[in-house]
Ligand binder design. Structure first.
Ligand code: FES
Length: 431
């Protein structure tokens, strides 16, 4: 634990690159971060009816998310207690039961083992099936998003999200009707560490305004304009959660980012349409209309872009690889042509083949490749933007606020990661 504590310094803004590439640290992360945190599994509209299920992951553990008869949700380990086979091998569907394909142990949709073939013939006494049912996770929702957590002692999702909720609501609570997921879940692999992706969505507006996405913005500009015609703004903020490692950044009254990525139809819908007025009344003018172009991460691996409306989980696959599981949400009562525009623009920009997604992936892959070097894998990295430059009493924005080009939320994310890795009891870890 003492050695891990030397890897991250919140006060000095220095992190050791080993947190991105060390195999032993990764194994500890699976136990101390992923088995104790709230992990995004999907959206309520993915499983609307009794028996609807989605196969996904908490960390590297496969889990089944299932809608129950009473409309509640269950999440349990997708593993049979007999010889460890998967109970369900489909991506998603509707089931009346989950029957293991190896020897046929059958489970109901709540995950209870209910039938064992040849039980009477094979066992002197009936097996206590309740003891041989798969492990259940806690499952809680916020604004249609479904999260699960293995840890009985962890704080509730509500406490976990805490002061982050107003910033999440910018995307998920614009209208009484809430949101719905459209299209399928896109899945792809990137050879990078999960923290690069999570940190960028948590804290990094910098890359978008400086280098990484400028070619994408240029390609999307009207013919008569080039980059020299654009005054890239610095008007906006970054939020760092007081607890939990969550973060977001956003422009205020500057549609630069949204216009450049999503084009005029979505920008108008988000800023000046009648639906934007509704959001303004519901969330207040600042959160409903003036916060434009936002990135956000709920620690550890739930990230989304309000206004662009992609949301994803960065499922870890070892220290050097992630599976991205991404889907699109829209206001449930948005006009059909707006839903279709969100779908099209997402596919063009932030999807497996999206132009902006390629920019991000290339950066993360190239950095991860460098970590094969004996010296490069131990480099001290500078995360110092905005050090000593935050406030907790901003008149409009709750939480800890710094400038839009800051790294305070990144430091918050790594500080929470450090605490999860080194504090084994919720007595000290709790909010
Ligand atoms: Fe599932 Fe044997 S492994 S029934």
């Amino acid at each position: 634990i003492d050695e891990i504590k030397k890897l991250v310094s919140d006060e000095n803004g220095i992190i050791d690159a080993r947190i991105y590439n060390d195999e032993a640290l990764y194994e500890l992360e699976l136990e101390r971060v992923f088995a104790r945190s709230w992990i995004l599994l999907g959206h309520e509209s993915h499983v609307p009816n009794t028996g609807d299920f989605l196969n996904t992951y908490i960390g590297e553990d496969p889990v089944i998310l299932v809608r129950q008869k009473d409309a509640s949700l269950r999440v349990f380990l997708n593993q049979c207690h007999h010889r460890g086979m998967k109970l369900s091998r489909d991506d998603a569907g509707n089931a009346k039961a989950f029957v293991c394909t190896y020897h046929g142990w059958a489970h109901d949709i709540s995950g209870q083992l209910i039938d064992i073939p040849f039980e009477k013939e094979g066992h002197c006494e009936p097996l206590d099936k309740s003891k041989w049912s798969p492990l259940q996770a806690r499952v809680e929702t916020y604004r249609g998003l479904i999260f699960a957590n293995w840890d009985e002692q962890a704080p509730s999702l509500d406490k976990y999200l805490s002061d982050s909720k107003p910033y999440i609501d910018v995307m998920f609570n614009r209208t009484e009707a809430g949101t719905e997921a459209i299209g399928g879940i896109q899945k792809w692999v990137i050879p990078t560490n999960w923290k690069f992706a999570a940190e960028q969505f948590c804290s990094d507006m910098y890359h978008a305004a400086t280098m990484s996405h400028l070619s994408g913005f240029t390609a999307g500009l009207p013919e008569h304009m080039d980059l020299n015609d654009i005054d890239i703004p610095a008007q906006g903020n970054q939020f760092r959660a007081k607890w939990g490692g969550h973060g977001t950044g956003y422009y205020v009254d500057q549609p630069f980012l949204l216009q450049g990525v999503m084009g005029p139809v979505i920008t108008e819908y988000m800023t000046t349409s009648p639906q934007a007025e509704v959001a303004s009344k519901r969330l207040g003018p600042m959160f409903g209309q003036h916060v434009i172009g936002q990135h956000m991460t709920i620690f550890p691996t739930c990230s989304f872009l309000p206004g662009i409306n992609t949301i994803r989980t960065w499922h870890p696959r070892g220290p050097n690889e992630i599976e991205v599981w991404a889907f699109i949400v829209v206001d449930a009562d948005a006009p059909d042509h707006i839903k279709e525009e969100f779908r099209k623009q997402n596919i063009r920009t932030f999807s497996a083949g999206g132009v902006f997604e390629q920019d991000d992936g290339e950066n993360w892959i190239e950095v991860q490749k460098l970590f094969r070097g004996n010296k490069a894998r131990k480099t001290k990295l500078n995360v110092q933007m905005g050090l000593g430059n935050s406030t907790t009493d901003h008149p409009d924005f709750p939480g800890r606020i710094s400038g839009v080009y800051s790294e305070d939320a990144a430091r918050g994310m790594y500080q929470h990661w450090l605490r999860m890795m080194t504090e084994l009891s919720w007595d000290t870890l709790k909010p």
